[in-house]
Design a protein around this ligand. Structure first.
Ligand code: SF4
Length: 204
């Protein structure tokens, strides 16, 4: 874990949130570099080595975020990589000048740091999340490729809070995952389907 006035950044961009409860809303994304979780189906493997990406000053990130918010971004998403490999308190403090809600997307393997208004937990079967993050996340988004993933999703839901939104997200280009997620959401109304709409639309 690092604590610094800079963080390694893969990219920043202003787009629409593509997934989950806030799908379709204007957001500014900060994709931090570094991940040791090692999901075989990861679509951001280029983010794994932090030293292959430039360090950016937190003040610069805050300026970019504020500019995006002036141009319509309703909230700021800190994603990765695995953002909680870093100590995020200095970043969220810097971003608070934007006045917009701060969202976090995490696998939950590290302790929470920073102050966030919305936490999306996407747990991984091979590296289960911390129980405290599971209990306090706002949405639980489980990627589904096979029946074992569904069993895992239900075990995660059992540890989540009462108000946590439960989302099944088919693995990209996984027909089995699509069918399983649709069938499970149809027959288990506490769950809903989450699609990666940005990928379907071919936008960032
Ligand atoms: S936790 Fe996220 S960034 Fe890390 S390997 Fe898994 S999908 Fe990729």
């Amino acid at each position: 874990m690092t604590t610094a006035a800079t963080l390694p950044v893969v990219e920043t961009f202003h787009s629409l949130q593509g997934e989950g409860h806030h799908s379709g809303r204007s957001a500014f994304f900060i994709r931090l570099a570094g991940c040791t979780v090692g999901c075989p189906w990861c679509d951001t493997k280029h983010s794994w080595p932090p030293d292959r990406h430039p360090d950016m000053a937190l003040a610069t990130l805050a300026e970019e975020a504020s500019e995006a918010c002036r141009n319509g971004a309703a909230f700021i998403v800190v994603t990765g990589g695995e953002p909680l490999h870093h100590s995020l308190a200095p970043l969220t403090e810097a971003l608070s000048v934007s006045g917009r809600p701060l969202h976090l997307e995490t696998s939950g393997v590290d302790p929470l740091s920073g102050r966030f208004d919305w936490i999306t937990l996407s747990p991984k079967r091979h590296r289960p999340p911390r129980a405290d993050l599971l209990r306090h996340c706002h949405e639980l988004k489980v990627v589904i490729h096979n029946t074992e993933d569904l069993v895992f999703a239900e075990s995660m839901a059992a540890g989540a809070g009462e108000a946590t939104l439960l989302l099944l997200q088919p693995g990209w280009e996984s027909p089995d995952g699509q069918q399983l997620a649709v069938d499970h959401a149809r027959t288990n109304p506490r769950w809903r389907l989450s699609l990666q709409t940005h990928k379907w639309l071919g936008v960032r």
